[in-house]
Design a protein around this ligand. Structure first.
Ligand SMILES: Nc1ncnc2c1ncn2[C@@H]1O[C@H](COP(=O)(O)OP(=O)(O)OP(=O)(O)O)[C@@H](O)[C@H]1O
Length: 271
């Protein structure tokens, strides 16, 4: 049984309500996606292709118009569209902008402690768990009293990762979680996430539009094509790939850009 399975999920946004002049936007149009326990699955797609909509559905923030979403074999949402309280802590998320995802009034301690307090933890047990989590993401417990917004973007994202892992989830949605960081910090955070997956057994849904981040990180890959997640066995292979993936591949910058000579022939810019 899969940890998560989406089947035939459809979602249409009706901008401005039912009587608006603008036509409805059908963002998700079916397809299938599954994630096994402990797996890292990438979901690629161009901007506006519906990746985050799909992510919000997994978090119970958005209701699909049609289709099924099962977590551990059970429906993710009840008939009223609410997520079962037992499932809620098992699915967590890390978003692109760590500043937007944390309160400027919170200390680092408060950021990580937030979901644990919600689950009823307090006192020495809370402090111990928060310290354990910040150590796991490579920060020092002595820093916990600092205001979170005084940390660098990469450090604050580490705190957000610690917060996501606090309730010991089985699935973490990483929605462009490293996209706002510089290349070196991206590499550190991806290494950290890979290590945490190894030690905790958590599964990831890694949403990105940047194909370069996939290599060595994701086990399997889907691309959003015409509103449907489509599994791509070999995203970097020489064979045919869906047009949406071909466009993302074409967007990868060459490591050594080519210049055009006066005769029009490409020439290595670094030669
Ligand atoms: N609440 C909403 N109401 C109306 N339209 C929406 C809403 N949320 C998203 N959309 C539209 O749905 C489409 C898909 O948006 P979504 O954020 O899921 O795409 P995405 O693939 O995550 O894009 P990006 O990589 O740019 O974040 C876009 O055209 C967007 O404008």
């Amino acid at each position: 049984m899969s940890l998560l399975r989406l089947k035939g999920v459809e979602k249409t946004y009706r901008a401005g309500g039912w009587f608006a002049r603008r036509p409805p936007v059908a963002v998700l149009r079916g397809g299938e996606l599954h994630i096994e326990a402990g797996e890292c699955v990438a979901l690629l797609g161009q901007t506006g292709s519906g990746k985050s909509t799909l992510g919000r559905i997994l978090l119970g923030l958005e209701q699909p118009d049609a289709g099924t979403v099962n977590f551990d074999g059970l429906p993710l949402l009840d008939e009223a569209g609410r997520m079962a309280p037992a499932i809620r802590p098992q699915i967590q998320a890390v978003f692109q902008d760590p500043h937007g995802a944390t309160s400027p009034r919170f200390s680092a301690f408060d950021v990580v402690a937030e979901p644990l307090r919600y689950l009823g933890m307090s006192g020495a047990a809370l402090r111990l768990r928060v310290e354990e989590l910040v150590l796991a993401v490579g920060l020092e417990p002595t820093e916990l009293g600092r205001l979170a917004h005084r940390f660098s973007g990469g450090q604050l994202q580490r705190l957000c990762i610690a917060r996501a892992l606090a309730p010991a989830p089985r699935l973490v949605l990483l929605d462009e979680a490293v996209s706002s960081l510089d290349l070196e910090t991206q590499a550190h955070i991806l290494r950290l996430l890979a290590g945490l997956r190894h030690t905790t057994g958590v599964a990831y849904l890694f949403i990105t539009h940047d194909m370069r981040l996939l290599r060595g990180f994701a086990d399997r890959c889907y691309v959003m094509q015409d509103g449907r997640p489509l599994e791509v066995p070999e995203p970097f292979g020489a064979g045919a790939v869906p047009p949406a993936l071909a466009a993302l591949r074409a967007a990868i910058l060459p490591s050594r850009p080519k210049l055009r000579t006066p005769q029009g022939a490409p020439q290595d810019a670094m030669a």
